[in-house]
Design a protein around this ligand. Structure first.
Ligand code: SF4
Ligand code: MSK
Length: 676
């Protein structure tokens, strides 16, 4: 672990082993870039129009057009929200389209793997199932699903269908339910165009509205319709970390986000024709493992091993054992192609939306999905014999994944009494403090995995059940936190009792980033089960993205806060140059949605802030004190105020930055319109 090791780039020993010899990685480029431009980092550099860029400071408090720091920071932030929402929405759109094509018999190799889930969702959506074939139902459901994206009036469906009435009423009061997913994204781009919306609160409210189209539409559709197509996950054992790669097998690493092609690649890798071909080339078999959320998709449904999380993508290649890295969309460092050039790895792009110069491109299409998958597997088999020196770190860890709202129900309530009652009772009686979702990425700005692991250990030690998705889940899986045995080692007594009774780990893997929607639905079910308040914001829960790095994470943070959650987000969003925007996000928004952000960088302190928030909610609900500890001291109820930089401190930072920008030496390019 990093605390015992001088390498602060990663806390993962497998990553450390590869980093000893790997060169030209994201860590090296991060170092080359040095100190970042403080105007950009604080969100007060505007490049919206061609009269700029404008860098706002004490001396220059307004841009050429007159926009102030709050307008500039809010405008750029909600553009990031829109980009993150667009990514998940487009992902969801592709899944819905694949469902439609499958039902029409136009997609090769797919089937409706979960008719039960199809019927459930159809009934929820008011689509008749009586006397109709699964295909007929799926066509109507998919067409209804597609309309969620381009709808221009009314409301997207899921909030009204799934959220508690009190929450829906509050959303409607504040106009926070999107009309349609794309409409709000388009409106974000319009509002943030030069000379349109200059009111930072109006802008941020629209950011909240736009993000709802992610969590409560794009991501939720991706999850539900993906479950219908690929099967609903069940708890499954697998392995994680670079050590899952095999010296004597063809290794295919699928990287990105969408399950449509990776599901087919897993199927093709099990095709006897492909296995025979691999054996002819001297390999013992074919391994398909994943990186980032594609990994989580095939882990959840196929039990495929996880090669690593975001910062493992170059490291996997540097083992010399990856015959093909197949990429689709999102979180793919363009550098993988250049990096692969140092080894034998072939990087194959597959989406028309995401090409990388130098990569081989094999165009994916639903109509020829299985053929495309076989072509990719064959390419990997052919490349197996081109391997040079192979050095795979030995580290790999067992994990249990595959939790969903439905099977968590079954686990908690037993086969004959599926319900969230035991979870709610655990909270009400004080055996369990509450639930925290820890999600999101890795970033070179923090030691890889360290914040996830420290935060989660602190939470479970304090009887908080943790649910995870994305690269965060992979981080904790690497250190054995996703095993039932972890409860005995790390959890507080109350959580331990629950885990032992139910047979679950103290940390539940809910899937990929779009599967954060499963967490939203679980919260809805907890409220419906009763005893924990009327609105989502009443629940003793919180969320965190302690190593966030991308716009999707910002969109997720926004829809969680819109849904009433307390969210710790680190590194902080680029808004700290505007005290007004910072205050809105960390204080004022709570009056509107019941949720808010904190930007605490220290993972243990952040865990305690979330615990204090949960305790505050417990007190408001008049729940019993925690079973295995003393009641809260009154002062502990008071959450420490978020500390904002004073105007003087900000002025000093800006003055120093301006001086650096004017005098050099500068390490930042083009920030002021002048190359350094
Ligand atoms: Fe400058 Fe205003 Fe143009 Fe932004 S929109 S670059 S603040 S003039
Ligand atoms: S993959 S979005 S680095 S979690 Fe979903 Fe990981 Fe963040 Fe990409």
């Amino acid at each position: 672990m990093a605390e015992n090791n001088k390498d602060t780039r990663s806390s993962d020993p497998a990553a450390q082993a590869v980093l000893k010899h790997a060169t030209g990685t994201a860590y090296d480029r991060h170092e080359q870039h040095g100190k970042r431009c403080p105007f950009g980092e604080q969100g007060v550099c505007c490049r919206i129009c061609e009269m700029g860029p404008c860098r706002l400071s004490e001396k220059k408090p307004r841009g050429v057009c007159g926009a102030d720091a709050a307008t500039v920071a809010a405008r750029h932030l909600i553009r990031q929200v829109a980009a993150g929402t667009a990514a998940h929405a487009d992902h969801g759109h592709d899944i819905v389209k694949t469902l439609l094509m499958t039902a029409k018999g136009e997609a090769q190799g797919y089937s409706l793997k979960s008719p039960a889930r199809l019927h459930e969702v159809a009934e929820e959506w008011g689509i008749s199932t009586d006397g109709r074939s699964d295909e007929e139902i799926a066509i109507e459901l998919a067409e209804a699903g597609l309309s969620q994206f381009n709808q221009l009036e009314g409301e997207i469906r899921y909030p009204g269908l799934r959220a508690p009435e009190a929450t829906v009423a509050n959303w409607r009061k504040h106009g926070l339910i999107p009309v349609g997913v794309e409409h709000e994204i388009v409106e974000t781009l319009h509002r943030t165009h030069e000379g349109v919306d200059a009111d930072y609160i109006n802008l941020l409210m629209h950011g909240l509205r736009t993000s709802m189209g992610d969590g409560w539409a794009g991501a939720m559709l991706a999850t539900d319709f993906g479950d219908i197509l690929f099967g609903t996950p069940e708890p499954v054992r697998s392995e994680v970390n670079l050590g899952v790669l095999k010296t004597d097998e063809v290794n295919i690493v699928v990287h990105g986000h969408e399950p449509t092609l990776s599901e087919m690649v897993v199927a093709a890798s099990r095709d006897p024709e492909m296995i025979d071909l691999a054996k002819e080339k001297g390999a013992k078999g074919i391994l398909v493992g994943g990186i980032c959320c594609t990994a989580n998709e095939i882990l959840m449904r196929q039990g495929a091993p996880v090669v690593g999380n975001f910062l493992h993508q170059e490291l996997a290649i540097a083992t010399g054992a990856v015959d093909v890295m197949l990429v689709d969309v999102q979180c793919i460092l363009p550098a993988v192609v250049e990096h692969a050039g140092r080894f034998h790895t072939k990087v194959i792009t597959t989406s028309k939306k995401a090409r990388i110069p130098g990569a081989e491109h094999i165009q994916f299409s639903e109509e020829k999905a299985y053929d495309v998958a076989k072509e990719i597997v064959k390419t990997a088999i052919d490349n197996f014999t081109n391997r040079g020196h192979v050095d795979i770190p030995k580290q790999k860890t067992d994990l249990v994944a595959g939790f969903t709202v439905r099977n968590t129900f079954t686990h908690l309530g037993g086969r004959y009494r599926s319900s969230f009652r035991p979870l709610n009772d655990g909270i009400i009686t004080g055996r369990l403090r509450g639930v925290v979702a820890v999600i999101g990425c890795n970033t070179v700005k923090k030691t890889q995995d360290e914040s996830h692991v420290k935060m989660v250990r602190e939470l479970i030690a304090n009887d908080v059940l943790v649910v995870m998705t994305g690269c965060a889940a992979t981080a904790c899986a690497k250190v054995e936190l996703l095993q039932p045995e972890a409860a005995v080692k790390w959890a507080g007594k109350g959580l331990q009792e629950i885990c032992e009774t139910v047979g679950i780990p103290p940390v539940l893997h809910f899937g990929s980033c779009v599967d954060n929607s499963r967490i939203l639905v679980a919260l809805c079910e907890m409220t419906k089960e009763g005893g924990l308040g009327e609105a989502l914001s009443d629940l003793p829960v919180a969320g965190a993205a302690p190593e966030q790095m991308c716009e999707k994470a910002i969109a997720i943070g926004f829809y969680c806060v819109a849904s009433g959650a307390y969210v710790n987000f680190s590194p902080a969003m680029r808004v700290l140059g505007s005290p007004k925007v910072t205050k809105f996000l960390t204080e004022d928004v709570e009056e509107i949605t019941g949720g808010k952000f904190t930007f605490e960088p220290d993972p243990v302190e952040a865990a305690h802030k979330m615990i204090r928030h949960i305790d505050k909610k417990r007190l408001a609900l008049k729940l019993r004190p925690m079973m295995y500890e003393q009641p809260l001291a009154p002062e502990a109820e008071e959450e420490k105020e978020v500390r904002h930089a004073s105007e003087e401190e900000l002025a000093a930072v800006r003055a120093a930055a301006e001086k650096e920008a004017e005098d050099g030496p500068r390490t930042v390019r083009h920030c002021a319109g002048k190359p350094s």
